[in-house]
Design a protein around this ligand. Structure first.
Ligand SMILES: C[S@@+](CC[C@H](N)C(=O)[O-])C[C@H]1O[C@@H](n2cnc3c(N)ncnc32)[C@H](O)[C@@H]1O
Length: 281
């Protein structure tokens, strides 16, 4: 397998819009990330994402076959619902009323026994109208982000959901802890790993995502799982905080800092973001 490729080599012209708002998502670094990933056609096994979230990289590249996992069951049910019947998800989503009062009524609902399509419509509605697309649950597992307004609600369309459903057709969706997923990979599979960042740093600052406590021990557990994957011959790329407490956990072949900001010359990018891409190849 060729170990790297350029953005222009990857098929970037058909990137699919991510259906949900996911402020920790990787859309803003997509071009930088795909430059360092193997081309889709060069992955002989599965493309595996143990921390799917908004799935920016998956939706950009749409590799098949793929295994997409997240511990957040509502998120995985959202994707299952869209894949099963995007038109019906759109119809139910569109029929939800607007306004703050309606938002809090819908947030109070208990959807556990609902079908996957109805669950998906509600989750999509909450995600697109909550404050900054945050995803936070209380100790009873109930979504508890405040109202954010309707301005982002209609930034997606029925056609977008249909495209997302098509992209998900070649994928297996799973809802497990990352370790089970990584331990299930074999030579030929490619892992794209985007865990929650070091708690207390970016997470508390940006406050976008508080679904689970991803502790330093979780990072250590992740590093061990990735080391086992490397021993089995699995290639992986991971985005993470550039904090040395985290980067030192990993046996990396390359560490690439993400850049942000525009310099004086056309196309020049200047500032480091505090985030890196770690590669084992
Ligand atoms: C940084 S986000 C992924 C963002 C994604 N790459 C994107 O572009 O939108 C991290 C994800 O890890 C999930 N997560 C947290 N703890 C997990 C665990 N123990 N196992 C699997 N997923 C977990 C969260 O639910 C969250 O969706």
């Amino acid at each position: 397998m060729t170990r790297s490729c350029t953005t222009s080599q990857q098929e970037t012209s058909h990137w699919t819009k991510v259906p949900i708002r996911y402020p920790g998502g990787k859309q803003r670094f997509l071009a930088q990330i795909v430059t360092h990933l193997p081309r889709v056609g060069e992955i002989t096994g599965r493309f595996v994402e143990p921390f799917l979230g908004g799935g920016a990289v998956f939706f950009a590249l749409q590799p098949k076959p793929s295994l997409l996992n997240d511990k957040n069951a509502e998120l995985i049910d959202l994707y299952r619902g869209i894949r099963h019947n995007p038109q019906e998800v759109w119809r139910l989503f569109s029929e939800y009323p607007s306004g703050k009062r309606a938002y809090y009524e819908i947030r109070k609902q208990m959807p556990r026994s609902w079908g996957v399509v109805a669950k998906a419509a509600r989750t999509l509605y909450l995600n697109r109208t909550c404050f900054k697309g945050m995803w936070r649950q209380n100790s009873h597992g109930m979504f508890n982000v405040g109202y954010g307004g309707q301005s982002r609600r209609w930034a997606i369309s029925e056609a977008d959901l249909i495209t997302v459903a098509k992209a998900l057709r070649g994928a297996t969706l799973a809802c497990s802890d990352f370790e089970t997923i990584i331990d299930d990979t074999n030579r030929g599979d490619f892992l794209f790993v985007d865990p929650p960042y070091h708690p207390g740093r970016r997470e508390s600052r940006v406050e976008h995502y508080m679904f689970s406590q991803f502790t330093y021990d979780s990072h250590r557990r992740l590093a061990c799982a990735l080391r086992r994957a490397t021993k089995r011959g699995v290639l992986w790329a991971m985005t993470t905080s550039s904090h040395s407490d985290i980067t030192h956990l990993h046996k990396a072949t390359r560490i690439v800092p993400f850049k942000a900001g525009v310099g004086a010359a056309p196309g020049e990018i200047t500032r480091n973001t505090g985030e890196v891409l770690i590669l084992n190849y």
